[in-house]
Design a protein around this ligand. Sequence first.
Ligand SMILES: NC(=O)c1ccc[n+]([C@@H]2O[C@H](COP(=O)([O-])OP(=O)(O)OC[C@H]3O[C@@H](n4cnc5c(N)ncnc54)[C@H](OP(=O)(O)O)[C@@H]3O)[C@@H](O)[C@H]2O)c1
Length: 365
Amino acid sequence: MLKILQVRSIFRATVSCNHSYHSTIRNMKFIKLSQTDALMPTVGLGTWQAEPDVLQPVIYEALELGYRHIDTAFNYNNEEAIGNAVKKWIDDGKGVRSDLFITTKLPHVGNRASDVEKFLNLQLKRLQTAYVDLYLIHVPFGFNCDHTTLTPKVDADGNYELDMETDHIATWKKLEDCQKSGLIRNLGLSNFNEAQIQAIWESATFKPQVLQVELHAYFQQQELRNYCTEHDIVVTAYAPLGSPGAKSHFVNKYKYSPGVFPDLLTVPEVVTIAKKFGKTPAQILLHFLVQQKIVVIPKSTNKERLQANMDLYDFEMTQDDMNLLIRLDKGEKGRIFNFLFWKGVENHPEYPFKEVKKDICTESN
Ligand SMILES: NC(=O)c1ccc[n+]([C@@H]2O[C@H](COP(=O)([O-])OP(=O)(O)OC[C@H]3O[C@@H](n4cnc5c(N)ncnc54)[C@H](OP(=O)(O)O)[C@@H]3O)[C@@H](O)[C@H]2O)c1
């Protein structure tokens, strides 16, 4: 049974007496994870596409605003900047490491049991921390690693070299060892489908506690969420605003353009509800998720948006408002992140999105 907790006292009163800071803390909510009873803040700061030099001061700023949950990954190339900002925040006497909930992820190029310790140790070093609060397997598939650059091997035609030996159970066992030894506090998965989670669940001693997946008004993943509720797995929504910056990133970096791309912030239903509550469309999209006990990790490097994105708990939407947004769901058609920008990935035996794979097969037939 997932419970949202409003916690006022777990943070030490170490920070300034700035009024807005305290009200932010008061409004913070947490969700308890299975097995460890760890408290995960329901709003975290996403950091994908945040360049290190921009991100470093933003992390400090975010901590000052009251963020206590940071989401990063090996692949975001910004763990070092986050480590620097957190260290400065702690050295400045603003708080202690145990005030924070830091999530990072095992990359596709390290998605094998023999590479877990190598990547985890490197990430801990970059983050300048003795442990991470949550470690996720970033994607269920694996690529062969260019060991000089720690990036995927890509052939002359731009195809990613697939590691066809990906073995989730073996990798998970290794992660369990790292959890036992204290390098990782909590464990989870990202971008796994239900069958893949279930296979790990059945063999795991320490069960997956969190699933991080794409989730927003156009792609609500109700079936997968039901499965998670039944298994006491907390769901974290990535791209909760529909990832407005993703399209240009896909086009610029991979020359890959998804056919349709949503602009959730201008959807009339979202705008109408925002006006009704005197909130921004982004706050409505985020509140819609947290009201359903889903953790959100919106990314922003802009101070005003950072502040607004965590200011979600001073209003309550009615069931009618919620229903309006629930009806926006486009099912599989709402998915933005199918990872096809990694050329050839759909041929990996653990490529998770069967519907997408079927579409591709149909088109080429
Ligand atoms: N596990 C995975 O495979 C995976 C995949 C994707 C993302 N993620 C994680 O999830 C996080 C969130 O996803 P995301 O970054 O793709 O998308 P998102 O949080 O839905 O959207 C971020 C974009 O929206 C803009 N934005 C933020 N707040 C806004 C507001 N209040 N009003 C208008 N625009 C706003 C940001 O620009 P500004 O910075 O200029 O505000 C940025 O371009 C990532 O950063 C990452 O940590 C995980």
